[in-house]
Design a binder for this molecule. Structure first.
Ligand code: TXE
Length: 496
């Protein structure tokens, strides 16, 4: 049995012999068998990360040394890109080419944080007192639990691991139990790059057991989590007694607004990509199409035509444009969501059920689905399906478009299409979401912050704030000409 837990620089199996089988979302075949950590393993991993951090064996490395390490990991990821992409594609069911794009993004993420580590973080502030030097210094936050989801397994983990390493933290990484293989390989590369034992630890297993231990243990200083809203709230509660720092990305219900004066060909094409890419298993998916009434019929007709034409297939199908959902349980969740949408009066225009093609019979394929006649009182408009489901709402005025786009508990991302640049800028400014695309939908770059308003999360990943999450800020005040404070009266006075 391949040892797949990594604790204090040693690869090993679970202390209680637990294993977990990873199954292909495409056809249910076995793609890997990995160790499933026990609580004792989690305790050991946290102890190792804590001892490593407190010893200063890595946290005392200079910024330059840590950046060089992260840069080396990027090189190794580039070397192994095709191996990693294959593992990612096997676990997620996404096409190999999509997984290859993801790995390229992962490399870019490591390179971004390596470069950021070379930018001087510390500085002196002028406090207006001549004999005082006031320095602001940045120090690693400590021991971090990094918990990732299954939709972009390696990428979401990279957004956490790379800044944690550059900052000088120690961490315990827990990828989703559904998609562990790329994380295992990443940790091998982190080891190969020369990272000291105890800095990077890997725990595999279900969130409710090992994830819970990782997010409640008093020795952990920060939890960075990407996943569902319900799990995010549970983590907040568990982290509260020891007031852990939290970085949370909890998904979105993202408005995609098309005005009548938009470049409709580009807008419709991006609307289709924005919601059906990766079968909607994307936190920033543009699931809520919000269309100006005068173009509604034309836009809807075209979207339905395009949705009907989407080719679905597994990792090896070179003609496929999108793939299966991650698991049977997730497919059932999407089915329930669609049934609820129909029950509350949304008009199903296409899809709404699993694929009946024989080649999809053993996998979790759900057809691209479009609901028209929706409004903000409906659950299907308010709740994340995380499947290939678009809801369509209409508006008459700019103010209405903004109000509808903001009528959600989430605030991750949104899009606006218009040839009127002033109007588009006004709407972009008024939408309460962390990323807004104007006349585009979906692209991101590691140089720019990513994260949500409202219940989409806390904090930011990527950009420079994405490093800041892993840093404590210390103010060091040095009085170069010491004197008495003179606040309290002193009956004797002077030096004793
Ligand atoms: O996510 P979970 P699930 C949304 C999406 C989806 C829903 C549920 O709407 O339908 O979440 O998906 C770990 N303590 N997103 O159930 O449970 C778990 O092991 C600590 C949005 O798969 O949030 C996994 O590693 N950890 C999203 C990770 O949390 C726990 C991406 C995510 O699993 C835990 C994925 C606990 N108590 C789903 N319980 C996005 N923001 O992109 C679970 N985990």
């Amino acid at each position: 049995m391949n040892p797949t837990l990594y604790i204090n620089g040693v690869w090993r199996n679970s202390s209680n012999g637990g294993r977990h089988e990873v199954r292909s979302p495409h056809d249910g075949s076995l793609v890997a068998s990995v160790a499933q950590a026990s609580i004792d393993d989690v305790m050991e991993a946290i102890a190792a990360a804590r001892a490593c951090f407190d010893s200063g064996v890595y946290s005392s490395w200079s910024w330059t040394q840590r950046s060089a390490l992260v840069s080396k990991i990027a090189d190794l990821l580039e070397r192994d890109a095709s191996i990693v992409a294959k593992k990612e594609s096997d676990d997620t069911g996404k096409r190999l080419i999509e997984a290859e794009y993801d790995v390229a993004d992962v490399v870019a993420t490591f390179r971004h944080f390596a470069a950021l580590g070379l930018v001087e973080q510390d500085h002196v502030v002028d406090v207006g007192i001549e004999h005082v030097t006031s320095r602001i210094v940045h120090e690693p936050v400590g021991v971090c639990s990094l918990i990732g989801p299954w939709n972009y397994p390696l990428l979401q983990i990279a957004w956490k691991v790379a800044p944690a390493l550059v900052a000088g933290c120690s961490f315990i990484l827990k990828p989703s139990e559904l998609t562990p293989q790329s994380a295992i390989h990443l940790i091998k590369l982190i080891e190969e790059a020369g990272t000291p034992a105890g800095v990077a630890n890997l725990i595999l297993g279900p969130g409710s057991v090992v994830g819970n231990a990782l997010t409640t243990d008093p020795r952990v200083d920060l939890v960075s989590f990407t996943g569902g809203l319900t799990t995010g709230k549970t983590i907040m509660v568990g982290a509260a007694p020891t007031v852990k720092k939290l970085a949370l990305e909890l998904g979105g219900k993202n408005p995609h607004i098309i005005f009548a004066d938009a470049d409709l060909d580009a807008a419709i094409d991006n609307a289709v990509t924005g919601v059906f890419l990766h079968s909607g298993q994307v936190c920033s998916a543009g699931t809520r199409l919000i269309v100006e009434r005068s173009i509604h019929d034309r836009v809807v007709k075209e979207i339905v035509r395009r949705a009907a034409d989407i080719r679905m297939g597994g990792p090896a199908d070179l003609t496929a444009e999108t793939g299966p959902l991650i698991s049977e349980s997730h497919l059932k969740t999407v089915e329930k969501y669609v049934a609820a949408g129909i029950a509350e009066g949304a008009k199903l225009l296409i899809g709404g059920k699993r694929s009946e093609r024989p080649e999809h019979a053993h996998g979790w394929y759900f057809l691209p689905t479009v609901f028209d006649g929706c409004n903000t009182s409906m659950h299907c408009v308010q709740e994340e399906s995380f499947g290939p489901v678009m809801t369509i709402e209409v508006f008459d005025t700019e103010a209405q478009a903004i109000a509808i786009g903001n009528d959600t508990i989430f605030g991750l991302s949104g899009g606006v299409w218009s040839r009127d640049t002033d109007k588009a800028a006004r709407v972009a400014g008024a939408l309460r979401h962390g990323t807004i695309w104007v006349n585009d939908y979906g692209p991101y770059r590691p140089q720019a912050e990513w994260g949500g308003y409202k219940q989409s999360g806390i904090g930011r990943e990527l950009g420079s704030h994405g490093l800041g999450e892993y840093l404590e800020i210390k103010h060091i005040w040095t009085n170069n000409s010491p004197s008495r404070s003179g606040w309290f009266h002193d009956a004797v006075g002077g030096e004793s």
